[in-house]
Design a binder for this molecule. Structure first.
Ligand SMILES: Nc1ncnc2c1ncn2[C@@H]1O[C@H](COP(=O)(O)OP(=O)(O)O)[C@@H](O)[C@H]1O
Ligand SMILES: [Mg+2]
Length: 192
């Protein structure tokens, strides 16, 4: 399967005035997430990104935006270099929540992940290109997506091909939600 299977990044939180003293609330293969402040009632986090693909996903001028994509408040520049070999970028993003066991967002996430997984199986002989072809399959096959989800999948497909990113819609924690229950593609791509 073309999903990331690396280890969780073990780097210390870099020393930076914006980061010092903040609580760590998440960590993945490439990213450390620290709790931020609430501004005008909207909670924020600091994502410390070491993957150039994730940095592009959060900051590129043509990054996917809209209802199902994370709101980005600020790009705070770089601090040091991660053990992954890339600079750490600090990006301030809306705070998201893990999907609950049940409910509309969880059902939608399961449908996206399982349809994507099935499409990967169908197109597995394409090896390296399997994930992007599977995502394309989701975009062009009628599956009763809402218009917003359909457009989001299309936007992810465009981003993946423009930035040589590979989709990762299988790992549960890459899809998250807002407090109001909206599904958000939090970390749907990784570096080729
Ligand atoms: N916007 C967010 N708000 C709160 N927690 C988050 C947010 N984004 C990510 N997380 C948490 O941090 C973990 C790692 O983030 P993720 O973006 O998936 O990084 P990676 O690229 O390393 O997989 C996630 O699994 C999730 O638990
Ligand atoms: Mg992730």
């Amino acid at each position: 399967m073309a999903t990331q299977c690396g280890e969780i990044i073990s780097d210390a939180v870099p020393d930076h005035p914006l980061l010092n003293g903040r609580k760590e609330i998440g960590r993945g293969e490439n990213t450390i997430v620290l709790d931020g402040d609430a501004v005008d009632g909207q909670e924020r986090v600091f994502k410390i990104l070491s993957s150039p693909t994730d940095y592009a996903y959060y900051t590129a001028p043509d990054r996917p935006t809209g209802r199902h994509f994370p709101t980005v408040y600020a790009d705070h520049g770089t601090v040091g270099r991660s053990s992954r070999g890339f600079p750490f970028h600090i990006v301030e993003v809306e705070k998201l929540y893990p999907l609950p066991q049940r409910g509309d967002a969880a059902e939608l996430a399961t449908k996206i992940s399982s349809s994507y997984f099935d499409a990967c199986m169908t197109w597995r002989n394409f090896a390296h290109d399997m994930g992007r072809i599977a995502l394309h399959h989701l975009v062009v096959t009628p599956m009763d997506w809402t218009e917003a989800i359909q457009e989001s999948l299309k936007a992810l497909e465009t981003f993946s091909s423009d930035y040589d990113a590979l989709p990762d819609l299988i790992k549960a924690d890459n899809l998250m939600m807002r407090k109001d229950g909206t599904l958000v593609f939090s970390d749907p791509v990784f570096m080729e």
